[in-house]
Design a protein around this ligand. Structure first.
Ligand code: NAD
Length: 261
């Protein structure tokens, strides 16, 4: 009798870090569930003590032996997460950076009017933190690995009310390309997934987000909105060995909306 080969997207034996779960609606929660379903062991983080119980509700159902606080804007917290992973696992196969922040007054105003401080904060938390994570992950990915982040179409085109996050996501996407080029020789790959609008806590900070959701579901070629499970399915594929020669991409999961003028 011939043995049945393992599934193509097989994350058994892989260890991944998930940063960005706020609650069950988070894109990072959908990805964590997909990673776990494919057999991965996870480390996850929560922003602060207030967020912790909501994050635990998600991670309790997963194989997630490491759960630590991580505010990327607070010096030392990200380093502590990687120190624990080094101590417990000695290596890391993939990570998901699924975080963004912009001060509300800057986010809801014109890009032209954004403050230098607000812009710098948004860039630090939403973009430069990906580079810091990549740098900390690099020595742990001696056998190669995969770095994922999450972007949005407002990086390329002007989307009403997306405002300052547009330029920030454009920088994030470029960051992904340079990271993929610089770490490719070590077998470390990098991607951004670019979902269509999904109602999450971060999304609720964008003015008139309900209109963006409705427009997207009505206008996308599929005439359907996407959900965090759709994003998770792509994320699980990208970090798997099945995608080992794919790197440096920005992949839409948006029912085809990026195709439209
Ligand atoms: P979410 O609110 O569930 O997740 C955002 C996460 O960012 C939260 O877990 C929050 O704790 C974290 N965060 C904010 N500041 C942080 C800091 N200083 N340190 C560490 N973590 C911090 O919302 P989401 O929609 O799942 O957002 C995840 C990512 O997806 C973001 O990058 C967002 O821009 C992107 N995205 C969202 C949509 C959408 O429509 N929801 C579409 C495309 C891209």
């Amino acid at each position: 009798m011939t043995a049945i080969p393992p599934p193509l997207v097989d994350l058994r034996g892989k260890r991944g870090l998930v940063v960005g779960i706020a609650n069950a609606q988070s894109i990072a929660a959908g990805c964590a569930q997909a990673f776990a379903r494919c057999g991965a062991t996870l480390a996850a983080t929560y922003l602060n003590a207030k967020a912790e119980p909501h994050v635990r509700l998600v991670t309790a159902a997963l194989d997630c032996p490491i759960l630590l606080p991580c505010d990327v804007h607070e010096p030392g917290q990200m380093e502590a997460v990687f120190a624990r992973i080094t101590q417990e696992w000695g290596g890391l196969d993939f990570l998901l950076h699924s975080i963004a922040f912009a001060p509300r007054e800057d986010l809801q105003g014109r890009v032209v009017d954004s403050s230098a401080e607000g812009f710098a904060t948004a860039m630090d938390i939403s973009c430069h933190s990906f580079l810091r994570m990549a740098r900390l992950a690099e020595p742990l990915m001696a056998q190669g690995g995969c770095l994922l982040t999450v972007s949005f179409y407002g990086s390329e085109r002007v989307v009403a009310n997306y405002n300052m996050m547009g330029p920030v996501k454009a920088a994030l996407e470029s960051t992904v390309r340079y990271t993929a080029a610089e770490l490719g020789q070590k077998g470390i790959r990098a991607h951004a997934i670019s979902p269509g609008p999904i109602l999450t806590r971060a999304a609720s900070g964008i003015a008139h987000f309900d209109e963006l959701l409705a427009h997207s579901a009505n206008s996308a070629p599929e005439h359907l909105g996407v959900d965090v499970g759709d994003v998770g399915a792509l994320a699980a594929f990208l970090v798997s060995d099945a995608a080992r020669h794919i790197t440096g991409t920005i992949i839409p999961v948006d029912g085809g909306q990026h195709l439209l003028a």
